[in-house]
Design a protein around this ligand. Structure first.
Ligand code: XMP
Length: 326
């Protein structure tokens, strides 16, 4: 990554007007940079890559080729939203790859968290590379690099970003939001008309549900996790906590406890709720969730999700617990 220094003179983008001006400037810059050539983008559906996609669609339309790799570890509805927003509404040149089986087959039986991350990261690059090699005449690679990524790549946390692409891809980079902070990227995303749920999405790790389906991932437990997580998100939206809590999710460990359902013994996994606030993810505090909300979530998860028979809450700040369980 090149050393890019954000000029002192650059005003923070805080209003729709400033966002419009930034968009106009970048549209012109991108057109100038790529001419009539094609640009490739790995579109995860996260805030940064989504905003870059929308910006480039505005600048160069079908010259942008977006590849969305579904690694089977997305949250409920996420890949569908990418297809809906980019494939349909914005009429993008979108290649959708459902690589679920490839990832889950490789991950089968693997319990070590770092090995799981490596498998997911390496396979992501492989799938993306395969798709790229099927295309002809691509000269540019777009990336949703933002300013903190550049700062962090010099310091402590050059860590674990799945979606990091092969070094040897011989393409010139297009990084239109590289000088922006996250909150500015969001203002730009709003101005580009992206859905609120996409622009204000909470942070989600590259390896996705893979590090929340604890231990060796199985399809049934992954399914239960995805459904329980969707209920948590829905209830946080309903009670206004979604806009207030920095990161909230469910993790499902690889053990069962005894319970009772329909008057019969019912062994199931526990769903662990985690809801934290932080500024930089280096430390985190626990959000106080009203008991009524917790009861509702518990009731829904234990009644609606096959395989889950208890809901527990993780009250551990970081340190000592990391935000993710793995
Ligand atoms: P931890 O668990 O280290 O998480 O306290 C801090 C923040 O980083 C996210 N995280 C990841 N993001 N790939 C990512 O892209 C990863 O492997 C990964 N592990 C953790 C985590 O969700 C939290 O926001």
């Amino acid at each position: 990554m090149a050393d890019i220094i954000r000029p002192e003179s650059m005003a923070r983008i805080t209003t729709p007007e400033l966002a419009e001006a930034f968009i106009a400037e970048q549209v012109a810059a991108v057109r100038e940079q790529v001419g009539d050539k094609k640009v490739l983008l790995a579109l995860s559906g996260g805030v940064d890559s989504s905003v870059v996609a929308a910006l480039l669609i505005k600048a160069i339309g079908k010259q942008l080729v977006c590849v969305h790799v579904n690694h089977g570890l997305m949250r409920k509805g996420e890949s569908e939203q990418v297809i809906e927003v980019f494939g349909k509404e914005l009429d993008a040149n979108l290649i959708y790859v459902d690589a679920t089986d490839r990832f889950l087959d490789l991950l089968a039986g693997e319990t070590d968290p770092e090995k799981k991350r490596k498998i997911i990261g390496n396979e992501f690059i492989k799938v993306f590379d395969e798709e790229a090699s099927k295309l002809e005449g691509i000269d540019f690679l777009a990336q949703g690099t933002i300013y903190p990524d550049i700062l962090e790549s010099h310091g402590v946390k050059a860590h674990h970003n799945v979606g990091g692409l092969p070094e040897d891809m011989k393409m010139e980079l297009v990084e239109p939001v590289a000088l922006l902070y996250k909150d500015e990227v969001r203002v730009v995303g709003d101005a580009l008309g992206l859905p609120h749920t996409m622009v204000y999405r909470q942070p989600f790790p590259g390896p996705g549900l893979g590090v929340r389906c604890l231990g060796a991932i199985t399809r049934d437990r992954l399914h239960a996790l995805r459904e329980a997580d969707a209920i948590l998100r829905e209830e946080f939206e309903n009670c206004g906590l979604a806009g207030k809590v920095w990161q909230y999710f469910v993790a499902v460990p690889d053990f069962k406890s005894v319970g009772v359902r329909d008057n019969k013994r019912y062994e199931g996994w526990p769903a662990i709720i985690r809801a934290v606030n932080t500024v930089d993810a280096m430390t985190a505090t626990i959000e106080e969730i009203p008991y009524a909300v917790l009861h509702k979530i518990t009731d829904r998860i234990t009644h609606e999700v096959e395989g889950i028979n208890r809901v527990v809450m993780d009250l551990t700040p970081k340190p000592i617990g990391t935000i993710e369980w793995e």
